[in-house]
Design a protein around this ligand. Sequence first.
Ligand code: BTN
Length: 323
Amino acid sequence: MQAQELLTALADGGTVSGAHLAERAGVTRAAIWKQVESLRARGVPVQSQGTAGYRLPWPLQLLSAQAIRSALPVPVRKSVGELELHWEIDSTSSEIQRRAATLPDLSMILAETQSAGRGRRGRSWLSPPGLNIYLSCLKRFDAGFAALSGLSLAVGVIVMRTLETLGIQGAGLKWPNDVLSDDGKVAGILVELSGEYQGPCAAIIGVGLNVRLTPALREQAGQPVNDLVSLSGGVGPDRNRVAAALIGALAEGLIQFEREGFAVFTEEYASHDLLRGKALRVQGAQGAMEGVGAGVDARGALLLQASDGLHSIDSADVSVRRA
Ligand code: BTN
């Protein structure tokens, strides 16, 4: 029995005996125990119930490419390229990178778990199976890099639209595109570009969306994090519905960005901007600066009102100063 089959057997939240699992899979109980340990090592808190067997603390829905596809509105289904679901992969973004030459535009790759999930600034992205969403999307553009300014902020807006579709409130955007609630980061976005400066290019857009985090995962994350289960009062949305909402928002939003650029996203970005009017500390290549957040410009740069005037910042680490 593989970890995937074991998670499937435990998914409804009921207790399943080791003997029953072993018999069903035609393996020894020791082999079952090995897979229980493997799930635990990946961050899934499988509980032992003595002789009664094993259970999860809550039911979970495993992802299904079929369920995701049928939850997509027909026009979105038509615009999406490949829609692939892997049980385990190093990184959905790396997979798109490897196949970028042959994948159709707006292809979406999801995985239940990533063994080498990548975050921004060389950080890793924890990717336990059965709990969150890890998705990467390929979008090609004809107009060159210059037309892509603001893309990563637009993707932040697209994730906020996803949460709105799911009826989830309580999150906003921290420049450039962290999706944060009061308690921590709910989603991370990694946009990687390749191609020609003035010609055809491609964006690989990776989104990690926390649906359910365990206390151990919150500790391991190395930064405050939060999940959709907490934002929706304890009962999380169905993960296939979350994946479909995200894919739908990406397909529509990226086509909109291709046609009209970041300009059409600026108002929506402003309505979710968590830094506007806040006292900020900005740490960039040029050193540190302090000021007040004044929104973003038409290219997606952060505007900082400092004592010597208005600065437009393209890349920096930003933190809110405590009063
Ligand atoms: C961040 O550091 O905020 C960005 C995190 C992006 C994580 C996602 S999960 C799907 C895709 N695959 C990866 O390896 N990374 C991105």
